[in-house]
Ligand binder design. Structure first.
Ligand code: PFF
Length: 446
């Protein structure tokens, strides 16, 4: 590890990076958001468009973001300044930091609720009776705070001791647990209808809204457009292969989203539930599903535990991005940076927590066409800001850094990339920025 010389951490191995970056990518976005958006957008058709967006838009942006991180070995603000010192490109870095804090502030609320369900099912197992969690405003805020503290503790551990070690243990555990739940669900009579609904595209269902949802979901799910992959890439050594890492992260993330669909929809169909139930798919429909299953309490504990784990590796990356800025640029001690940012996030997140608990006026607030503080935050930071950040990153690559430099950075550790470089540059120059610009225009109703 080179931290003694540079003062920054570095991944001990390529696998460490892949697991940590996949840990950032895989989270509530895959297991809670992907199924509910797919459920609302018609199932198989959405899945197909999502796969196209991931392969042709998100993957090229992912390679650009990781390569900028590795080339500069900096946090988002430092990276833009390293390429073009003293310019306003630093504001793109600040946008990344604010977006990270913004997403973390509501993401940790849902993560806290997931953890609360896990604890509550644990109580049911020990004491008997029904799953008792109702989510008062106090308990929602408390579980949100607990989840933030857990995140802070992992991030204080630093790159190797904290993030990498935890990802190495928890990610494989996640996959094994999911496979177990899928198998269990497939044995329910009638579950095949769910598999078919989820995997067979009905082309008549593909419209502008489906494409929009799929693209926004791809950025969110792959943690793109706010410097998370840039920051994680900055801990890569020059020998480690960006191409291979990027492709692995994308494949792994996509696989988990598909597994999440296979975990939820067969059960939903077998038990006659509505796949388009929206954000409640996991919180209201699934407990009913578990209640009807033999051994359902145990399965519920596993499910909500694995979802908490997946969320934790994502909240860790969100907090790490902002922390890296304070440590690198302002020379703050790591633990002070983490606690201060964690505290600020808690304050910003309280209205989202009160919305989740149904407290007015937070739950009735209507802004930018969304109702509820939580939905407004998700739209502003999770959709708008990530798309804007990815678009600006492409423009930075095209006009400032130079895509040939980015390609050279990737090629230096993956000589094979030379044969793909032209195609990649075409996508980053034309396909990605134009399609993102069209989405942004649609979001603004242009
Ligand atoms: N990719 C995470 C998920 O799918 O749950 C969410 C996320 C993490 C978004 C980190 C953005 C980010 F920088």
């Amino acid at each position: 590890m080179t931290s003694a010389t540079s003062g920054r951490g570095q991944w001990s191995s390529q696998l460490g990076f892949v697991l940590a970056a996949a840990g950032s990518a895989v989270g509530l976005g895959n297991i809670w958001r992907f199924p509910y958006v797919a459920g609302e957008s018609g199932g198989g058709a959405f899945v197909l468009v999502y796969l196209v967006c991931v392969a042709f838009i998100a993957l090229p942006v992912m390679l650009l973001e990781i390569s900028l991180g590795r080339a500069t070995q900096k946090n988002p603000v430092g990276a833009f300044l390293a390429v073009r010192p003293g310019t306003s490109w630093r504001y793109l870095g600040y946008l990344a930091l604010v977006t990270g804090l913004g997403i973390l502030s509501y993401y940790a609320v849902i993560a806290g609720k997931v953890a609360a369900y896990c604890v509550s099912y644990g109580q049911t197992l020990v004491q008997g009776g029904a799953h008792p969690y109702h989510g008062t405003s106090l308990s929602t805020v408390v579980f949100f705070a607990v989840f933030l503290v857990l995140t802070v503790l992992v991030v204080v551990g630093g790159v190797q001791r904290g993030i990498e070690r935890w990802s190495k243990i928890l990610m494989p555990l996640l996959v094994v647990t999911m496979l177990g739940i899928i198998l269990r669900g497939l044995f329910l009579p009638g579950s095949m209808a769910g598999v078919q609904w989820f995997l067979t595209p009905d082309f008549t269902k593909i419209d502008g809204r489906v494409v929009l949802n799929a693209m926004a979901q791809a950025f969110f799910s792959l943690s793109l457009g706010m410097g998370a992959m840039l920051t994680y890439g900055s801990y890569l050594s020059k020998r480690q292969d960006i191409l291979r890492c990027g492709v692995w992260v994308v494949v792994f993330d996509t696989l988990i989203a598909i597994l999440a669909g296979l975990m939820i929809f067969p059960a939903v169909f077998a038990l006659g539930q509505n796949p388009a139930a929206g954000t409640t798919l996991i919180f209201q429909v699934l407990p009913e599903v578990f209640a009807k299953m033999a051994g359902g309490t145990g399965i519920a504990i596993l499910f909500f535990f694995l979802l908490s784990v997946a969320a934790l590796t994502s909240t860790v990356s969100l907090l790490e991005v902002v922390t890296a800025y304070f440590v690198d640029e302002l020379s703050w001690p790591r633990s002070r940076a983490v606690w201060v940012v964690g505290g600020a996030t808690f304050i910003v997140g309280i209205p989202s927590a009160l919305d989740m608990a149904g407290v007015a006026p937070y739950s009735s607030l209507t802004l930018v066409g969304k109702t509820g503080f939580f939905a407004v935050m998700d739209f502003l930071w999770g959709n708008l800001s990530l798309a804007l950040g990815s678009l600006m990153l492409c423009l930075f690559g095209i006009f400032v850094w130079g895509l040939h430099r980015a390609a050279a950075e990737i090629e230096s550790s993956a000589p094979f990339f030379s044969s793909l470089s032209g195609t990649w540059r075409f996508f980053v120059r034309w396909v990605c920025p134009l399609s993102i610009a069209v989405i942004l225009a649609t979001l603004f109703g242009l």
